[in-house]
Design a protein around this ligand. Structure first.
Ligand code: ADP
Ligand code: ZN
Length: 517
């Protein structure tokens, strides 16, 4: 006899109602239809397959790449009285053997496996001896080279549908843009799947971006407005997590570092301390946060630019899970863009092109002068009409001005340096610096030399970035990051096409998170 989903929800999980999308997903799965579920982190994806697994007879197989989390997930299920188990490379042979026997005896309802285990020799034949009624594929974006976390071994998961054509598959992910979604379905061989996309809007998150100047000071200001509130600072390097934690402790904050290079016990102590509110701040690399269920994280700071919008969204999504207000502050610098570019370029060429394009979208988000939430949601395929009223650009709309003359000076300097100068050198030329690089190349003789000395180097940096973003300039990455004219530059140089720029405001004039006071 089949149990009713509603009763299962109450009996095993203690909840009274399904969230709107959970209900339709579960109905679809129970009707034996394949589906793809996109829900932001914390949206409640797990119940979408756990409830059907308990309603259906037989066993359900959950494929997850997060080996480190499997044990916790399974223990949580066991604690709720659900017969669950996991198979992955961390288990001893004897443990595997025992669990497999339990599966054969029909004593397991939910079996978690790593992709490696699933695809290992003989495993499909083992599964065929069981009554498998559902496959769930967690973190499904890993199957797509379009996604931000491509794992080649995931592509072999297409064999599931070939081997078990009658068993429904539910694929789940928190992050997939439109292309990635289509690709997931293609890769898994699920052309008929129903796609469920829940809104990615997290209206309680305040979004803000600041230039990465005097970051430490800006963080201290920020912390003044977030007294005793737990939060995470994401850094790009392991080193900076440790340095930053040290500096914060020096200022009297309870801070701790977390990265994959720390010994496991140190990491779990850090995680524990944060969960129990014994430390206020975790300075972490992206290794931190996966599967951490702390609902009252009140703020997330990105010390460095994330490499794409998916990662950014996932990381800020760890804030404000309880629905109360939380702040997301991103520090943006061009130096980070360069650093990430260099890192991404090292991958295989096809992947690199894609990842560079994603980085460019991230950069555009950081430099945007319009409602940031609109841009974010648009990225995930949601079009919203109204500005959100809860981001920095909505609170303090940036002032724009007619930057045509300024743009003309810059573009003309690019032309006259034969498109060979990188940003730093071009700024020196515009500002009339008399340093060796300038003099050696004879740039002090060109007509635009010193034409922009009325502006600071930081001003110029901002305006050149804006020109890059607007497609009025390009960067030749292979040629020492030299700035080049684009097809559209001509319109500005020769046809007097107007250019609007956003007034550059140095950090000190822009108070952090004013609205949160
Ligand atoms: P995701 O996998 O999408 O990040 P989870 O499945 O871990 O999200 O769920 C996030 C949190 O929401 C968990 O604490 C879960 O118990 C809770 N949750 C999920 N569904 C419901 C529901 N219908 N009612 C109340 N809480 C729920
Ligand atoms: Zn907004």
């Amino acid at each position: 006899m089949r149990e009713n989903p509603q009763l299962v929800l109450k009996k095993y999980f203690g909840y009274d109602v399904f969230r709107p999308m959970q209900k339709s997903v579960i109905q679809t799965v129970l009707a034996k239809q394949d589906c793809l579920v996109l829900m932001p982190t914390g949206g409640g994806k797990s119940l979408c397959y756990q409830v059907p697994a308990l309603v259906l007879p037989g066993i359900s197989v959950v494929v997850s790449p997060l080996i480190a989390l499997m044990k916790d997930q399974v223990e949580a299920l066991l604690a709720n009285g659900i017969a669950a188990g996991y198979l992955n490379s961390t288990l001893a042979a004897q443990e595997q053997y025992e669990l497999e026997n339990k599966c054969l005896a029909g004593e397991i309802k939910l079996l978690y496996v790593s992709p490696e285990k699933l695809l290992s020799a003989g495993f499909f034949s083992f599964l065929k001896r069981l009554q498998v009624n559902l496959f769930a594929i967690d973190e499904a974006h890993c199957i797509s080279a379009w996604g931000h976390d491509f794992r080649p071994e995931y592509t072999l998961l297409r064999h599931i549908k070939e081997q078990f054509p009658a068993v429904p598959i539910i694929a789940l992910t928190a992050t997939a843009d439109r292309l990635t979604r289509l690709d997931i379905l293609k890769q898994l061989g699920l052309p008929q799947a129903q796609v469920f996309v829940s809104s990615f809007d997290r209206p309680n998150l305040n979004l803000a971006v600041m230039p990465a100047k005097n970051r430490f000071k800006a963080i201290l200001d920020f912390l003044q407005t977030h007294k005793n509130q737990p939060g995470i600072i994401y850094c790009l390097s392991r080193n900076s997590t440790e340095q930053l934690a040290q500096k914060l402790m020096g200022e009297g904050y309870k801070a701790i570092a977390y990265h994959a290079g720390l010994p496991a016990p140190t990491r779990s102590r850090a995680q524990d301390a944060f969960l129990k509110d014994n430390v206020q701040i975790v300075c972490a690399t992206i290794a931190f946060g996966m599967g951490i269920d702390k609902s009252n994280v009140r703020w997330v700071i990105h010390y460095n630019l994330p490499k794409n919008i998916e990662s950014y969204y996932q990381e800020i999504g760890r804030g404000g899970r309880d629905g109360a207000r939380a702040g997301a502050l991103l520090f943006y610098s061009y130096a980070d863009v360069m650093r990430l570019r260099d890192m991404l370029k090292e991958g295989n060429p096809e992947q690199a092109t894609l990842q560079l394009a994603k980085l460019e979208r991230m950069q555009q988000f950081a430099e945007a002068a319009t409602c940031r939430r609109k841009i974010l949601l648009q990225y995930f395929g949601e079009t919203v009409e109204k500005d959100c009223g809860n981001c920095d650009n909505c609170h303090n709309p940036p002032t724009t001005f007619d930057g045509t003359l300024l743009a003309q000076k810059a573009l003309s300097a690019v032309a006259r340096t034969q498109e060979k100068a990188n940003m730093g050198l071009l700024i020196d030329v515009l500002r009339g610096a008399r340093n060796q690089a300038v003099l050696q190349k004879g740039y002090d003789k060109i007509k635009t030399y010193g034409a922009g000395r009325d502006l600071s180097a930081l001003d110029w940096q901002s305006y050149l970035q804006q020109l890059l973003n607007a497609g009025l300039l390009e960067i030749a990455y292979e040629e020492g990051y030299a700035l080049k004219l684009s097809a559209r530059s001509r319109e500005v140089l020769f046809q007097n096409q107007k250019v609007k720029l956003v007034k550059f405001q140095p950090t000190t004039e822009k108070p952090a998170e004013k609205e949160e006071r």
